[in-house]
Design a protein around this ligand. Structure first.
Ligand code: ADP
Ligand code: MG
Length: 257
């Protein structure tokens, strides 16, 4: 059984891409077959995983707009069990180009249905908006991981995200669930971080992952080397916590069966 998980929050800079790349890499290290789908025109996941965007032949744009077979766009990464559907700046136009098209919300769902059996996990790295690309992602997914940065105003904007999730559940994907809420960029030296954790736990209760991702310089350095934390610095705190998160994700799935 494969599982499709969107990593979504319309706020930028909360750790969506870092989580997509490193959770994906860690799940693959634990022996799972993983596909990461980059659906953000910035293509940070694509470059962060070591793919040169200039060399990309087909990207997620071709899947959504030109309806090519998704297999054509899947590329290898440095890790054997980890594949990627890349995004390039071409995707920037998709938001507008999709507006007049038929079944525009279900394009990604239809495409991933053609390949999902080949993977244990498909992680979709969403853009920082609640537009048609995020709607496609939520429609295509079994569940959603919401990364929340341990910062002031952490919960701001979350009601919009939850509202979008509810609308998708109502109209497009009745089985969509919240997989988990992930606290990111925690700084143990400040009281603020602890307050944010308490606030988020009050709100989301048992949906909050026990694993909290701390600020870790190695995590922010890895993308510029085109590597996940697992290959860039496997002994770092960043690698340790994302491995912990991967185990948590697997445990919840096994418990749900
Ligand atoms: P998003 O995809 O939500 O916009 P990113 O994952 O790109 O967020 O993270 C935003 C920035 O913060 C990036 O420069 C990233 O390298 C950095 N970053 C993310 N998580 C951490 C972390 N745990 N520790 C340190 N830096 C981080
Ligand atoms: Mg991102």
């Amino acid at each position: 059984m494969s599982k499709i998980i969107a990593i979504a929050n319309q706020k930028g800079g909360v750790g969506k891409t870092t989580t997509a790349v490193n959770l994906g890499a860690c799940l693959s290290t634990l022996g799972r077959k993983v596909l990461i789908v980059d659906i953000d025109a910035q293509g940070n996941t694509t470059s962060g995983i070591g793919i040169n965007k200039a060399d990309v032949e087909y990207c997620i744009y071709d899947i959504l707009i030109n309806e090519i077979h998704p297999k054509k766009a899947i590329v290898d990464t440095g890790l054997p069990n980890l594949k990627l559907i890349p995004a390039t700046i071409q995707l920037a136009g998709a938001e507008i180009e999709l507006v007049p098209t038929i079944s525009r919300e279900v394009r990604l769902k239809k495409a991933l249905a053609m390949v999902r059996n080949e993977f244990d996990y498909i992680l979709i790295d969403c853009p920082p908006s609640l537009g048609i690309l995020t709607i496609n992602s939520l429609t295509a997914s079994d569940s959603v991981i919401i990364p929340i940065q341990c910062e002031y105003y952490a919960l701001e904007g979350l009601s919009q995200l939850l509202n979008t999730i509810r609308l998708v559940q109502k109209h497009l994907n009745t089985s969509l669930q919240i997989e988990g809420v992930l606290l990111t960029m925690f700084d143990a030296r400040t009281n603020l971080g602890i307050q944010v954790i308490e606030e988020v736990k009050k709100y989301f209760q048992q949906k909050v992952y026990q694993t909290v991702i701390p600020r870790n310089v190695r995590l922010s350095e890895a993308p510029s080397h085109g590597q996940s934390i697992i290959t860039y610095d496997p002994k770092s705190k960043g690698a340790e916590v994302y491995l912990e998160l991967a185990k948590e994700v697997i445990t919840y799935e096994q418990a749900a069966r």
